[in-house]
Ligand binder design. Structure first.
Ligand SMILES: NC(=O)c1ccc[n+]([C@@H]2O[C@H](COP(=O)([O-])OP(=O)(O)OC[C@H]3O[C@@H](n4cnc5c(N)ncnc54)[C@H](O)[C@@H]3O)[C@@H](O)[C@H]2O)c1
Length: 416
C-alpha cells in the first residue's frame, strides 16, 4: 500500500494514542459494533482529508471496519500528528500526511483524489474544490461527500449556488451535535491548550481579545473568562455582538481592541481581521493567534514584511520586533492554534462529530440516487440519536414526555 508519512518508526507511539481515543469515543465505537457485520460501505473508495489526529484515526478504522477503502490526507499543513499518520500507514491505510508546507499539503490532497473516490470526506472544502477544478474526470465515480467545518460548508454552498457543485454533500458541521459541541467545547478548550503549549502565558488578569462570537468564539470566550481573563469581543453581526455584551464581555471594533489586548484569537472564518494598520497599536508582548480554518485571519504576510526582525522563541511561537521597538508573538504561523500547537479537540467531543460523519455517509450510500448536487443538512433524528447515545455513555438520563404532556405541547386550547 502506498503512503507518505514523516517517519514510519513513530507508529507505536501513534497506536497508543489511537487506543486512548478509542476508549474515549463510545458512540463511534457503538456505531462500529452495530454496522460492522452489515458492511454498508463495502468496496467503496473514500478520499478523506480531515486533520490527521488520533480521533480521525478512530474514524478511519471505523470506515475500514464497515467495508470502505480509505485514502487519507490532512486538511491543514500543520495539523498532522506524525505518529498517528505512521500508525495509520502501518495499519494499511493509503495515507499522505505529515506536518508539512503549503505545496506539500496540496500534493497530498491530489494523491487521495487520484484514487478515484466514490465518496469524499472534507474539512475545509479543499478536496471537493480541487476534484471539481483539477480532476473533473474523476467526478463520475463520486456519489456524494461530507463536510466537517463551517468554512467548508460556506465554500460548498457557494459552489452549489453557482451551479458548480456536481454531487451531494452533507454538512456534518451543521448538525446540532457537531456545531454546538465540537466548535464550542472542543475549540474552546483546545485553543487555550494551544496558546498555553506555545507560550505558557498566564491567562488570569489578561485582556483576551476574541474576534468572532460564533460557535468557536463563544467556546474560547467561555474558557478564557473561566481562567480569569478580561474578555473583549469584536464582531460584525449585531446579534452576536449583543450576545457577547450581555454575557458581560466588552464589545468593540478591532481598531480599538488592538490597543488593549494582551492575547488575541481570531475565530471568524473571514479574512483580514488583524491587518497591517493594527500592528503599530499592539501593546508590547501581545500574542496573536488564530483558530479559524484558514490562515487568512491574521495578515501574516504583512506582519513578516512590516517587522524589523523575526526570531523563533520556541515551538509554534515567533517573536516579531516592530519598527516602534515593540515585540509581538505570532503562534503557529497564524494557522489554527489548537491543531497546530496542541492536539486538536479532545476525543470525547470528536466522538459526536465523527459519529455524525459515519451516519452521514450511510445516508448518502442509501439515498444518493435521490439526492441533488446540493449541500444537505443532517436529519434531526440523527442528532437526537447521537445525543441520546452520548448521554447514556455519560451516565446521564433525561425524562420522557408522558402522553398527556405530548398532547399539551401540541395543542392550543389549554391556558391557565
Ligand atoms: N480550530 C478548530 O478546530 C475549528 C473547529 C471548528 C470550526 N473552526 C473554524 O472556525 C471558524 C469559525 O467557525 P464557527 O463555527 O465559529 O462559525 P460561526 O459562523 O458560528 O461564527 C463566526 C462568527 O464570526 C463573525 N465574523 C465574521 N467575520 C468577522 C470579522 N471580520 N470580524 C469579526 N467577526 C466576524 C460572524 O459574525 C460570526 O458570528 C471557521 O473557519 C471554522 O471552519 C475551527
Amino acid at each position: 500500500m502506498a503512503y507518505k508519512v514523516k517517519d514510519i518508526s513513530l507508529k507505536d507511539a501513534g497506536k497508543k494514542k489511537i487506543e486512548w481515543a478509542e476508549n474515549h469515543m463510545p458512540v463511534l465505537m457503538a456505531l462500529k459494533a452495530q454496522y460492522e457485520k452489515e458492511q454498508p460501505l463495502k468496496g467503496l473508495r473514500i478520499a478523506g482529508a480531515i486533520h490527521v489526529t488520533k480521533e480521525t484515526a478512530v474514524l478511519i478504522r471505523t470506515l475500514k471496519a464497515l467495508g470502505a477503502v480509505a485514502a487519507w490526507a490532512g486538511c491543514n499543513p500543520l495539523s498532522t500528528q506524525d505518529d498517528v499518520a505512521a500508525a495509520l500507514a502501518d495499519d494499511g491505510v493509503e495515507i499522505y500526511a505529515w506536518r508539512n508546507n503549503h505545496e506539500e499539503y496540496y500534493w497530498c490532497i491530489d494523491q487521495i483524489i487520484a484514487t478515484k473516490p466514490n465518496l469524499t470526506m472534507d474539512d475545509g472544502g479543499d478536496v471537493v474544490f480541487r476534484l471539481h477544478t483539477d480532476f473533473p474526470d474523476m467526478l463520475s465515480d463520486v456519489i456524494g461527500g461530507t463536510e466537517e467545518t463551517t468554512t467548508g460548508v460556506h465554500r460548498l454552498k457557494a459552489m452549489a449556488k453557482d451551479g458548480k457543485l456536481k454531487y451531494p454533500i452533507i454538512a456534518v458541521n451543521n448538525a446540532e451535535t457537531k456545531w454546538d459541541f465540537d466548535n464550542i467545547y472542543g475549540t474552546g478548550q483546545g485553543t487555550i491548550d494551544g496558546i498555553l503549549r506555545s507560550t505558557s502565558v498566564l491567562i488570569a488578569g489578561k485582556n483576551f481579545v476574541i474576534a468572532g462570537y460564533g460557535h468557536c468564539g463563544k467556546g474560547v470566550a467561555m474558557r478564557a473568562k473561566g481562567m480569569g481573563a478580561h474578555v473583549i469581543v469584536t464582531e460584525v453581526d449585531p446579534i452576536q455582538g449583543l450576545r457577547a455584551k450581555m454575557e458581560g464581555f466588552d464589545v468593540m471594533k478591532m481598531d480599538d481592541a488592538v490597543k488593549l489586548g494582551d492575547i488575541f484569537v481570531t475565530a471568524t472564518g473571514c479574512r483580514d481581521v488583524i491587518v497591517k494598520k493594527h500592528f503599530e497599536h499592539l501593546k508590547e508582548g501581545s500574542i496573536l493567534s488564530n483558530t479559524g480554518h484558514f490562515n487568512v485571519e491574521v495578515d501574516v504576510k504583512a506582519l513578516e514584511k512590516y517587522a524589523k526582525s523575526r526570531q523563533e522563541i520556541r515551538d509554534n511561537c515567533v517573536k516579531y520586533t516592530l519598527p516602534n521597538g515593540r515585540n509581538v508573538y505570532l503562534l503557529a504561523e497564524g494557522r489554527l492554534v489548537n491543531l497546530s500547537a496542541a492536539e486538536g479537540h479532545p476525543s470525547e467531543v470528536m466522538d459526536l462529530s465523527f459519529s455524525n460523519q459515519v451516519l452521514a455517509l450511510l445516508q448518502i450510500v442509501k439515498f444518493h440516487k435521490n439526492m441533488k448536487p446540493e449541500v444537505y443538512e443532517i436529519p434531526a433524528e440523527q442528532d437526537q440519536r447521537i445525543a441520546k447515545l452520548k448521554l447514556e455513555s455519560m451516565d446521564a438520563n433525561i425524562d420522557i414526555l408522558t402522553e398527556e404532556q405530548k398532547k399539551y405541547l401540541g395543542s392550543y386550547a389549554e391556558g391557565t
